[in-house]
Design a protein around this ligand. Structure first.
Ligand code: FE2
Length: 134
């Protein structure tokens, strides 16, 4: 179901964001482990709550830095964050109504990982490098 864990990535150099990335990475690796062990259904509730909380904080932090640094990709990046946030909220709502959401959670985390490793977060990372290192 869920393939590899969320790989480590080059750091942005912004301590608070790098720390948040590590926290999210740990959570996603725990979830991947739960999938491998067949425990994902048990952990989905807690995992979703944690991802929603830490993910929401992280997206806000990232957007504040992008705004402060004048990153031209802020608007598009914000849309991706909003979509991930909305999907998290929808899954939590469905879970609250008693649905099993583990498969969708795996898809959401895979898409999040894509955003982080290959998508908008990589563009942000390149931008921070131009700001910090010229
Ligand atoms: Fe992001």
């Amino acid at each position: 179901m869920m393939e590899a864990a969320w790989d480590p990535q080059p750091e942005t150099g912004i301590d608070v964001i790098d720390a948040q990335h590590r926290t999210l990475l740990d959570m996603m690796n725990d979830l991947a482990e739960a999938f491998r062990a067949g425990r994902a259904a048990d952990q989905a509730r807690e995992c979703l709550a944690l991802l929603a909380q830490h993910g929401g904080e992280h997206f806000q932090t990232e957007e504040r830095f992008m705004w402060a640094m004048g990153d031209p990709d802020l608007a598009a990046h914000r849309v991706e964050h909003a979509q991930l946030t909305q999907r998290l909220q929808e899954l939590r709502a469905r879970q609250g109504r008693g649905y099993l959401v583990t498969a969708e959670l795996a898809t959401l985390v895979a898409d999040w990982r894509q955003h982080h490793l290959h998508g908008a977060d990589q563009a942000f990372l390149r931008f921070t490098k131009t700001v910090f290192r010229g």
